[in-house]
Write a protein that binds this ligand. Sequence first.
Ligand SMILES: [Fe+2]
Ligand SMILES: [Fe+2]
Length: 166
Amino acid sequence: MSTDAIVLLKVDHKEIKAAFKQFQDAGDRAFSAKGKAREKIIELLTVHTYLENEVMYPEVRGLLPDLTDEILESYEEHHVADLLAVELAVLAPDAERFTAKTTVLIENVSHHIEEEEEDWFPKVRERLGRRQLAEIGERLLEAREKAPHSPAQPSALKKSIDAVLR
Ligand SMILES: [Fe+2]
Ligand SMILES: [Fe+2]
């Protein structure tokens, strides 16, 4: 299996987008299905943003400092997603704002994923060697072992607090 960092992160993106589709395909009043899709979305996003915040972004920033603006913007986009995820985690699926909040989360994250995949990951691919991307990928796989799965876990909260204070 490839340990190329960009390949691994794109696999995550695919899974996240599949969970978005699961939500969007659920009927308007299919509250149980929408609630389940919400759980899946939040779990996948919590793991994925942790991996990018803890490994991918700092590694890339260190190696390619001229991508700092893109990376700082990405941290902020993760932070917005974290806030929405925390709010969404406690909403009942039949609450008035549930679908609206989930839709805004989906729109924000879809835009963010598109920027990563179309805009700055290609620059990273162009400028880092295969070996460097494989090494970052190894570290992503290690970090996945200890990644939080819920926004209420301390390591997920720490990541949100760091995003505000750093
Ligand atoms: Fe990201
Ligand atoms: Fe990503």
